[in-house]
Design a protein around this ligand. Structure first.
Ligand code: NAD
Length: 290
């Protein structure tokens, strides 16, 4: 396929490289970043999209996605697919998909889970929203860039799945970290805490697979000085998107709201920026109740 790839940052660059390595004809565009090996560079964003069977975007936020979409939708070939893999607000995802469909294109919102490691290794999980035909057109590309693609329903549902998952993740990480810090103060050693919780009803992905306590459980960013991993500021971005969506549909999400406030304070006032999101544990260690 002829693929236009727009946004070649930490995630987009290895994703585009994997598509090129699989034999696709990939043309990339980024305002700043260079193209990875195998990807030819377009001079403008519209050049990257013109004549492509599929255009993939991997951009920082919904406002940038909307601006790029306004530029490229008019030049895309009829029946081409616009596949957005960025994490953006549900409203922007649905607005861009509407515009694309009105222009005779197929549209998929397909945010990812798996981070930079998953992007490089081609093991991402895609959560996709769009018509059956749009999903079918994008699926062979998801199979190259990832290990799993779930079709979650119509446009916007990929973003909805992503922020619901990450709202659980943020709240669960905080619950795991505060419980470790409480256990410390109660004189319960961390290995015992892990051995019990990881095999009891408090188990979770954050405890069992990504334990925030160094030296306990499987290897995780905690064993590497809390280098990301999944950066705290990206967790905050996703939590804020979850609260924006909750407000839009009048959903009561008190745990998500509290998790958003805690990560906001951690990232903006407590030195958490640039650390893995599990660095909430040393934060709780240092704090009392006040
Ligand atoms: P990044 O900042 O490294 O990359 C974004 C790229 O977009 C940059 O290279 C930037 O120059 C480019 N860009 C910005 N505006 C542009 C424009 N108008 N035209 C062309 N290029 C433009 O970010 P990233 O880590 O690659 O993340 C991309 C998306 O994936 C985000 O929405 C993020 O939330 C999501 N995501 C990231 C991770 C992760 O672990 N990094 C995991 C899952 C999802």
């Amino acid at each position: 396929m002829k693929i236009g790839f727009i946004g070649l940052g930490n995630m987009g660059s290895p994703m585009a490289a994997n598509l090129a390595a699989a034999g696709h004809d990939v043309t990339g565009f980024d305002l700043v970043a260079d193209c990875p090996e195998g990807v030819s560079k377009a001079a403008t964003v519209t050049d990257a999209a013109t004549g492509a069977d599929v255009v993939i975007t991997m951009l920082p936020n919904g406002a940038i996605l909307r601006a790029v979409a306004a530029d490229i939708i008019p030049v895309m070939s009829k029946d081409a697919a616009f596949v957005d893999c960025s994490t953006v607000d549900v409203e922007s995802a649905r607005a861009v998909a509407d515009d694309a469909i009105k222009a005779g294109l197929l549209a998929v919102d397909a945010p990812v889970s798996g981070g930079v490691g998953g992007a490089s290794g081609g093991t991402l999980t895609f959560m996709a929203g769009g018509s059956d035909a749009a999903f079918a057109k994008a699926q062979p590309l998801f199979d190259i860039m990832g290990q799993k693609a779930v079709h979650c329903g119509p446009s916007g549902n990929g973003q909805a799945a992503k922020i619901c998952n990450n709202m659980i993740l943020g709240a669960t990480m905080i619950a795991t970290c505060e419980a470790f810090a409480l256990a410390d103060k109660l004189g319960l050693d961390r290995q015992s805490m892990f051995d019990v919780v990881s095999t009891s009803s408090g188990y979770s992905w954050t405890m069992n697979a990504y334990c925030p306590a160094p030296g306990i459980g499987p290897q995780s960013p905690a064993d590497n000085g809390y280098k990301p991993g999944f950066a705290s500021e990206l967790m905050l971005k996703d939590l804020r998107l979850s609260q924006q969506a909750a407000e839009a549909v009048n959903a009561d999400t008190p745990m998500g709201e509290r998790a958003t406030a805690l990560y906001a304070s951690f990232v903006e006032n407590e030195g958490g920026k640039g650390t893995d999101f599990s660095a909430m544990l040393p934060r709780f260690e240092k704090k009392g109740r006040g």
